[in-house]
Design a binder for this molecule. Structure first.
Ligand code: DOR
Length: 436
């Protein structure tokens, strides 16, 4: 049998099939055509493929490509920050083979035409790009979008991310409609009135710095309300970027009560805390929901450990240097995250003993895929070859000039991380190989 690509010497980890073993993979026609048990593939055979048709994965992990439920690719409207092409290139560099784009573009992804526009641009991209449709027209929180039309055009979820759907009646109807199509409603859970125009977490730190705060209770109340509405309607609710101890606890209780609620945490919320803002005044630390206290950070980690938080999502939110190089209160909230995600997960969660590599892989692939109903592409014969190859031991320093994302707004520049993506393969095509 002739292969397009061989991946040799790697250690396969597949949470779906429940295995972890040394094996080689033969890829053909975009699929995994053969799994060679250790020693089955002879050296003569390998020689035929030498050059760019063999990836030597010795000492590395081979896993299902990562799936990000939460990215902002800014197209249409703000192509100066990111485009589908640059965003998908950054995704590939981070080990992602599928991403879901939030609809806070200009115009918003609230109609079939915009979904088709984004999807067609993505055809030539370096990862699979799915759209999340807006819950309400123009994300204004008033009138529901044509949800059936959006689903027909291919959206995998609906969300007004960036803003909370403050009107509970509108959110109730959104959950009812989404239930008919079996898609989740993703909630950016921050009560608008309580969070107001707060710049950072409301805490000792905000008082010390004289900055307006966004209290934890703004998130907690918003999550509790939406869980109640999910319970009432039977709809599927997904909580984006949970950041507070109270929010994690509310989701835990909701799950225990049988409500269909899932949740994600971002690498920045399980890594950073609000005291950094006073130390650095780095506008890249301004993000919504804001960085919280150490108690909150620990609660987010505990939620990841006990399964309350199902997956890791980046909330990759690119902004230009011009927008970020201003006073803290003038800078737009958000930071990029695709290219530092794996390194932060390994450094902060695996290396510190909270999660195993298998857990992290599951929270970056099978779990998010299941939430939005995407195939999770396991490592068995016949599966789509959507793969990531990474070295969990490799140490590297985050450098601004290495980002593929068009924007560079990362507070992690200069930070030493462990766990590096070596190659990404999407549909059998090599979409990223680390520069050596
Ligand atoms: O910090 C954030 N930035 N939070 C959001 O919810 C939106 C995002 C953005 O679009 O920049």
């Amino acid at each position: 049998m002739e292969f397009d690509l061989l991946i040799i010497g790697g250690h396969l980890i597949d949470p779906g099939f429940g295995f972890s073993k040394r094996a080689d993979l033969g890829i053909a026609g975009g699929k995994i055509a053969r799994v060679f048990e250790e020693g089955q593939l002879n050296k003569e055979e390998i020689k035929k493929y030498l050059g760019d048709r063999v990836i030597d994965a010795a000492g590395a992990i081979v896993a299902t490509g990562f799936v990000d439920l939460h990215v902002h690719f800014r197209e249409p409207g703000r192509e100066d920050k990111e485009t589908i092409m640059t965003g998908s290139r950054a995704a590939a560099a981070g080990g992602f083979t599928s991403v879901c784009c939030m609809p806070n573009t200009q115009p918003a992804i609230d109609n079939q035409e915009t979904v088709k526009f984004v999807t067609s641009l993505a055809e030539k991209g370096d990862c699979r790009v799915y759209c999340i449709g807006a819950i309400t027209k123009n994300r204004a929180g008033q009138e529901l979008s044509e949800i059936g039309d959006l689903v027909k055009a291919g959206v995998v979820a609906i969300s007004d991310d960036g803003d909370y759907v403050q009107n509970p009646e509108v959110m109730r109807r959104a959950l009812e409609y989404a239930r008919m199509f079996d898609i989740p409603v993703i909630s950016h859970a921050e009560d608008v009135f309580l969070a107001a125009k707060g710049l950072m977490n409301e805490s000792f730190q905000s008082a010390k710095l004289g900055m307006t705060g966004r209290p934890a209770v703004a998130e907690e109340i918003a999550i509790i309300r939406d869980i109640k509405l999910a319970g009432l309607t039977g709809g599927r609710l997904h909580i984006a970027h949970v950041s507070t101890a109270g929010g994690v606890e509310a989701i835990r209780r909701g799950k225990a009560e049988g409500v269909k609620v899932t949740a994600e945490a971002t690498p920045h919320h399980f890594t950073l805390t609000d005291d950094l803002i006073g130390e650095r005044f780095d506008t890249n630390l301004r993000v919504n929901p804001p960085l919280r206290t150490e108690t909150d950070r620990q609660a987010v980690i505990a939620g990841l450990v006990d399964g309350t938080i199902d997956c890791i999502a980046t909330d990759h939110a690119p902004h230009t240097d011009e927008e970020k190089d201003v006073e803290f209160d003038q800078a737009p909230p958000g930071m990029i995250g695709l290219e530092t995600c794996l390194g932060l997960a390994v450094t902060e969660l695996v290396d510190k003993g909270y999660l195993t590599l298998l857990d992290v892989i599951r929270k970056l692939s099978a779990n998010p895929a299941a939430i939005v109903g995407l195939p999770s592409h396991g490592l068995g014969v016949g599966e789509s070859a959507d793969l990531v190859i990474f070295d969990p031991e490799a140490e590297w320093t985050v450098r601004r000039e290495d980002f593929y994302s068009k924007s560079k707004n990362s507070p992690f520049v200069g930070r030493q991380l462990k766990g590096k993506v070596l190659a990404t393969i999407m549909n059998g095509r090599v979409t990223h190989r680390t520069r050596t």
